[in-house]
Design a binder for this molecule. Structure first.
Ligand code: URA
Length: 235
């Protein structure tokens, strides 16, 4: 991680204060004064502030049930931030591993571990996300196989050159389906259904990899170690 982030994670300093300490030559890495805040440091490096060894706090991994009408941003905009209901310290250090639209509900993972987020969000890692989708009109019984095949083969989203990666469609009722995808383009699920002539009227994420949503709307909990480790590095 960046040196300024390490200093923040191991002290009560704000980012601006941490950067100032680094510029003033008060921070050392493995015995050498480092004045660039973007220097990368690892857990096994010895980082000191005014000669005192710093120990970074453990990463945090949180599962939350996003209500409709909230945004996956650290600050309120037109809609309130999801983080308002997260009563933990240093919320500004946290980010969301795979954002949802304002009207989408369901499973959101929150962390300060950027590498873990990378493993969840980068398509090459093949981390599956499952959405429960409600459609404005039913899928005809004789059109189900065709739709399953089209999503498996990949569809062309408006404005994109490449097909979507193979996705799995499971039809529950004519208007309710489960769609599992391994990438997260902007409005991806809504655009995939638009590409095949359907409109999404409700969208709910219920699973990311092996992690399932199991708290009530607006509630959150820390992930277990097993859940954290279940996000494995594939690629
Ligand atoms: N796809 C969408 O269209 N919206 C979301 O919020 C998530 C996936």
């Amino acid at each position: 991680m960046r040196l300024d982030k390490f200093v923040c994670k191991s002290t009560q300093l704000t980012k601006a204060d941490a950067v100032q300490c680094i510029h003033l030559g008060e921070v050392g890495v493995n015995g050498e004064v480092i004045t660039s805040e973007s220097t990368q440091v690892h857990e096994n490096n010895t980082v000191t502030l005014r000669g005192v060894k710093l120990i970074a706090r453990d990463f945090r991994y949180i599962l939350m049930h996003k209500p409709a009408g909230t945004i996956c941003s650290n600050i309120d905009e037109v809609y309130p931030s999801l983080f308002n209901s997260l009563d933990v310290e240093n919320v500004s250090e946290l980010h969301i591993a795979g954002r949802l639209d304002v009207d989408t509900t369901g499973l959101v993972l929150i962390t300060d571990d950027g590498r873990w987020t990378f493993d969840i969000t980068v398509p090459s890692k093949q981390c599956a996300k499952t959405y429960r989708v409600t459609l404005s009109r039913g899928i005809a019984a004789d059109g189900v196989d065709d739709l399953v095949s089209r999503f498996a083969a990949g569809v062309k989203l408006q404005g994109e050159q490449q097909l979507t990666l193979p996705a799995t469609l499971q039809v529950i009722t004519p208007t309710e389906v489960l769609l599992t995808i391994t990438e997260g383009k902007f409005h991806q699920v809504k655009r995939m259904f638009a590409a095949v002539g359907h409109r999404v009227v409700a969208l709910h994420r219920e699973r990311i990899g092996d992690i399932c949503l199991d708290v009530d709307v607006g509630q959150w909990r820390y992930l277990t170690d097993e859940e954290v480790k279940s996000v494995v590095r594939h690629g």
